[in-house]
Design a protein around this ligand. Structure first.
Ligand code: SDX
Length: 432
């Protein structure tokens, strides 16, 4: 539906009109360009959390939060469900179109050739405490990886970019597996060149020298779809962080390492861990789902219904819907009866008919069901956000590349409104 498209917006400042051009996106979204606002009016905008502020124009992912729509380079995510292929989606996000057969074969060969880490990196894992947070290890090891690939710090041209993307996407998987092995005191398992991306990750995590982990094709397909559903989400907190760090011309490894830290937060990617802890607390703590919902509604309780709500989606997160379907299939396939899934279902059922959640348009988000599936696969809660980072990496790379190719790209440097003391003077210590 096409509504009237404004061409400009007029601001009256002290009675003087100032016109600002309106930018219209390919899906009809509109924003007015305030690049000249401060120069023309002396004013800045104030928008804590950037809920109303566009940081860039991007051709990678489109979200319609009111309709619950998510598209990667124009393709609805639902269309990937039949035959989910994380590596194909990674190429689509990074290079703007689905790969042809030659490109697909070449990129997969690069992933296979780059599955190993420099042997010296193994000793870094030993330097972490046995109970180190996996996301701290992941962020540190991605920056460490950059030390071993200095030739990838200045990325000129698609050929070099394709190699860098392949190295990061392949090696983040090995780093994640080695983190798991380090935390469990297990020997490192190397990638098997005969296995595809997701099966290789589960092999490196769960095989033993005497016993190769057999990956059920259904589980491999479910993990592919989980990664596809996490692959990008336009200007979320961690992707905006990658763009912010990249805007200073920091290299791709440093920018991604920063994105990992942003994703770690419990309000962002860390929510998948919080959801499981919430479900466990209800399951063990004698709290019912209804008790928990009542607590989450109390201001100041410090309790939120984790995995619920979203800055953009004011309708069901389409990923949550698809992940709910995967959870049924995986638990059935693995013959797992998880009481936490029943609790999650009860929470969702109760919240979706509770005025507090309905009035605030709070629905399950991507983190609500993902943990239940990964837990059924044998992935420990502590590794959930690491798995989210593996999935989100192609999106981070795509946005870093898109920004680096913009001729108008400038270093990100927001303004502020100063509220501190005025006109103070230095007082020597003997007079304080
Ligand atoms: C991800 O941005 C992305 O795209 C992120 C992501 C991605 O793919 O990259 O989709 C991944 O991070 C998903 C979100 C995971 N986080 C959680 O599940 C944590 C629980 N959710 C919330 O903390 C919250 O909903 C956020 C952080 C997701 C969104 O926060 P907003 O947009 O800043 O909303 P808000 O905190 O201003 O809340 C608005 C109102 C408040 O009540 P009032 O002050 O109006 O009375 O809704 C309430 C909030 O108290 N509220 C909740 C709630 N979420 C919001 N109340 C109870 N439980 C919740 N989960």
């Amino acid at each position: 539906m096409w509504r009237h498209m404004a061409k400009s917006v007029q601001l009256l400042v002290d009675g003087k009109p100032h016109d600002f051009p309106v930018v219209t996106g390919s899906e009809g979204e509109q924003g007015f360009d305030i690049t000249k606002l401060r120069a023309d009016t002396g004013l800045i905008t104030l928008d804590p959390g950037y809920g109303n502020t566009g940081s860039c124009q991007s051709a990678i992912t489109f979200i319609d939060g009111d309709k619950g729509v998510l598209r990667y380079r124009g393709i609805p995510i639902e269309e990937f469900a039949g035959n989910p292929d994380f590596i194909e989606v990674a190429w689509l996000l990074i290079f703007g179109r689905l790969p042809n057969q030659e490109e697909s074969t070449r990129f997969r060969a690069r992933l296979t050739a780059n599955a190993h880490l420099h042997e010296a990196m193994k000793y870094h894992f030993e330097g972490f405490p046995a109970d180190a947070p996996p996301m701290a290890m992941l962020s540190a090891m991605i920056n460490t990886l950059g030390c071993f690939h200095a030739e990838m710090h200045a990325l000129k041209g698609d050929e070099l970019f394709e190699e860098a993307a392949a190295r990061l996407i392949s090696k983040i998987r090995t780093i994640a597996a080695f983190i798991y092995r380090r935390l469990h005191g297990l020997p490192y398992m190397y990638a098997d060149p005969k296995l595809r991306y997701c099966a290789n990750l589960l092999h490196m995590m769960f095989s033993m020298p005497h016993d190769q982990h057999r990956v059920d094709p259904e589980i491999e397909k479910a993990l592919n779809l989980i990664f596809v559903l996490h692959a990008d989400h336009e200007q979320n907190c961690s992707t905006s962080t990658v763009r912010m760090v990249g805007s200073s011309k920091a290299n791709l490894f440093a920018s991604v390492s920063a994105g990992v830290c942003a994703l770690w937060g419990p309000l962002h990617g860390g929510a998948n861990v919080e959801v499981l802890e919430m479900l466990e607390q209800i399951h063990k703590g004698g709290l019912t789902a209804d008790n928990y919902i009542e607590m989450a509604k109390q201001k100041g309780s410090g309790v939120r219904l984790m995995g619920f709500g979203h800055r953009v989606y004011k309708n069901y997160d389409p990923r949550a819907k698809m992940l709910q379907g995967i959870s049924d299939r995986v638990l059935t396939k693995l013959n797992v009866k998880d009481p936490l899934l029943d609790i999650a279902r009860r929470l969702e059922e109760q919240a979706l008919k509770d005025d507090y959640f309905v009035a605030r348009k709070l629905y399950p988000n991507v983190d609500f069901y993902s943990g239940i599936i990964m837990r059924a696969m044998g992935i420990p809660t502590s590794m959930f956000t690491v798995m989210f980072a593996i999935g989100r990496l192609p999106g981070w790379i795509a946005h870093w590349k898109e920004q680096s190719e913009e001729s108008t790209s400038r270093i990100a440097r927001p303004r502020q409104i100063y509220t501190g003391p005025v006109d103070k003077h230095y007082v020597p210590i003997e007079q304080r």
